[in-house]
Design a protein around this ligand. Structure first.
Ligand SMILES: *Cc1c(COP(=O)(O)O)cnc(C)c1O
Length: 380
């Protein structure tokens, strides 16, 4: 079976986890802090707060900004469900925005229109608390334009960078600026399908010491992270990362550059192999250097109804593929709660029904890729 994804785990990861288990110190030791330093150094922020998942990271990021019941958070229509769920879990309402047909990221022109509409009404404007863009499949959103709009309306930006550890802007003036450094907070995932893994896990990056302080309290029962004797300053969760996950993450961090380089090389190889096939390979916007968490192609309109049978045929051929990600407003909960209809987000509709993710991971060989494309071609 050629797997869709497969974590890059070796002897050094096993050894790192073993050491922690043997020490008996499983939680709240030094490994988590060390992992946080490794990630914040890599990404380029002053602080990082490790948690139990990216969903937890997103949840406490919004709470840290004071998102409350009745508030509004502006986000993309095309993402993993967690992006919208965390807004609901704060009691707030997601305001969805359509995406770009090439990068599948939030469309900043649509964002501008949506913000204009919301912020033009003072009663509504004061309920809008944040913008939550997603770096879809490991490619940066149009952060320059998003930050321009955010600044104009004085709104904080939280980046859902779940898939984007190491995703970079390459621009004359912004060389190397990474995902997780643009907004007031950036949220990453260490689920096994992401660049590096800790099993489950997540982290929030920020340059703001006040935000880091609240994040640390919220992940640990509301305990004051600075106080020597236990003191509780707000109601909080247990969203902590364990010591063995952090040790695992530290071992994984030493391989991150290799993982990213490999994904980029394999993606470029797919790009070439797919030339001549009637599918759109991933488009990279100018000045952007994605990490290819996933390699997602777009089937042409006439193949739309055959996507599921293509996935099943490839499975019979020993190749695991899947859809891209979700048209969130059209999932059962959001559709029935808000009454969304087809065409509310036309580009998301088109992309979500035609996306297909091909296998991509560090164990994949070039001859596996040739097999994938050969069978994909036959199944089409
Ligand atoms: C994976 C993912 C999440 C959730 O991450 P977990 O660590 O599984 O909670 C959130 N947003 C996006 C865009 C994702 O891809």
């Amino acid at each position: 079976m050629i797997r869709l994804a497969s974590p890059f785990i070796g002897e050094e990861d096993l050894q790192a986890v073993r050491e922690v288990l043997e020490s008996g110190r499983l939680v709240q030791g030094l490994k988590v802090a060390e992992f946080e330093r490794a990630v914040s150094n890599y990404v380029g922020t002053k602080y990082a707060v490790a948690v139990s998942s990216c969903t937890a990271a997103l949840h406490i990021s919004l709470l840290t900004l004071g998102v409350q019941p009745g508030d509004l958070v502006v986000t993309t229509a095309y993402s993993w469900i967690a992006t919208a769920n965390v807004i609901e879990l704060c009691g707030a309402y997601p305001i969805f925005v359509d995406i770009c047909p090439d990068t599948f990221n939030i469309d900043s022109k649509c964002l501008k229109t949506t913000l204009g509409r919301l912020m033009g009404n003072p009663a509504i404007a004061k309920r809008v608390k944040a913008i939550l863009p997603v770096h879809t499949f490991g490619q940066l959103s149009d952060m320059l334009e998003i930050l321009r709009l955010a600044e104009y309306y004085n709104l904080p930006v939280v980046e859902d960078a779940a898939c984007a550890l190491g995703a970079t802007a390459l621009d004359a003036t912004l060389e190397g600026q990474q995902a997780g450094t643009w907004g007031v907070m950036g949220c990453f995932s260490f689920h096994p399908r992401k660049a590096i893994t800790t099993g489950e896990g997540g982290i929030v990056t920020t340059n703001d010491s006040r935000l880091a302080h609240i994040l640390k309290a919220l992940r640990n029962h509301g305990q004051d992270p600075e106080s020597l004797s236990p003191d509780f300053i707000m109601p909080g969760f247990n969203y902590r990362m364990t010591e063995f996950q952090a040790a695992f993450g530290l071992a994984q961090m030493t391989k991150l550059d290799y993982i990213i380089t490999t994904h980029r090389r394999l993606a470029a190889n797919y790009d070439e192999l797919l030339i001549g096939m009637p599918v759109q390979s991933p488009k990279v916007s100018e000045g952007s250097w994605p990490i290819y968490q996933s390699y997602v192609v777009l089937l042409p309109e006439y193949m739309l109804s055959r996507r599921q049978s293509i996935i099943e045929q490839l499975k019979r051929d020993g190749i695991e593929t899947t859809i891209g990600t979700l048209n969130i407003p059209m999932t059962n909960y959001f559709r029935s709660r808000y009454g969304y209809q087809t065409n509310a987000f036309p580009v998301t509709d088109r992309v979500a029904s035609r996306c297909l993710t091909l296998p991509l991971h560090c164990w994949l060989r070039e001859n596996d890729q040739e097999k994938v494309v050969r069978y994909f071609n036959e199944a089409c």
